[in-house]
Design a protein around this ligand. Structure first.
Ligand SMILES: O=P(O)(O)OC[C@H]1O[C@H](OP(=O)(O)OP(=O)(O)O)[C@H](O)[C@@H]1O
Ligand SMILES: Nc1nc2[nH]cnc2c(=O)[nH]1
Length: 212
């Protein structure tokens, strides 16, 4: 079983293409840090933001970014998943909800990727419903999907083409969150879409045919 995992993980990466180098990744994180520092480091700033990393994908982004922030902050995480081990999004599932009282506070939400935007739109709305005064969305990457999204990030590290990527916290079927750069997975290595459930068409006879 473990052999299978290793072989499958390696095969996926063998056919993948690096589209963002580790240096470019670090520059993107630096950019997000610079914008946040500019926003909160001013001497007259009295806001003590609650920074929430969206687990699991944001774990690497969060761990890289936090030591680059130079203002007082409180950190915690929330855990939300929409893709599970799949390469297509489904329902937003909350695994850990915000534990602090967010009412009246400025919240900075950190996530690895803004793709269709469903996850972060949902997270932002929930925080606002809980009384947050302000929700700032900072993403490592924003994917150019060629259509409108339900949310726009306030701070973006870099923009990606419309392809499924892994690395820097992002996984394919659970693999390769640990890569320091971003890799595009070959399209044919992604699972085909689930076929629509097909229901048998009932054999309806016209009335009066004498059948059935
Ligand atoms: O913009 P969307 O289309 O909603 O997709 C973005 C979300 O997808 C990923 O999470 P995922 O559900 O894969 O869980 P993970 O963080 O555990 O990988 C990623 O971390 C974002 O939270
Ligand atoms: N790994 C990964 N997770 C995602 N979640 C939403 N989009 C993506 C993506 O391109 N790659």
């Amino acid at each position: 079983m473990q052999d299978f995992q290793v072989v499958r993980a390696r095969a996926l990466l063998e056919h993948a293409r690096e589209i963002v180098t580790p240096d470019q990744v670090q520059a993107a994180v630096r950019h997000v840090a610079d914008v946040l520092n500019e926003r909160f480091r001013q001497p007259d700033n009295t806001t003590y933001p609650l920074v929430l990393g969206v687990m699991g994908g944001a774990v690497v982004f969060t761990g890289t970014l936090l030591p680059q922030l130079d203002f007082p902050l409180e950190f915690d995480y929330i855990h939300v998943s929409r893709y599970g081990d799949d390469d297509r999004g489904g329902q937003v599932v909350w695994k850990v909800i915000p534990r602090q009282n967010v009412a009246g506070r400025t919240i900075v939400v950190l996530d690895d990727i803004l793709d269709e935007g469903e996850t972060l739109a949902h997270v932002k709305q929930r925080l606002l419903d809980m009384g947050a005064a302000e929700v700032i969305i900072a993403v490592f990457a924003d994917k150019d999907i060629g259509r409108r999204k339900p949310i726009v990030a306030d701070i973006t590290g870099l923009t990606l083409p419309n392809a499924f990527v892994v690395g820097f916290g992002m996984d394919v079927y659970g693999y390769w969150r640990n890569l320091p750069g971003l890799w595009q997975i070959r399209q044919q290595d992604l699972k085909p879409a689930e076929p629509e459930t097909e229901y048998p068409i009932p054999d309806v006879k016209a009335p009066g045919t004498g059948l059935g």
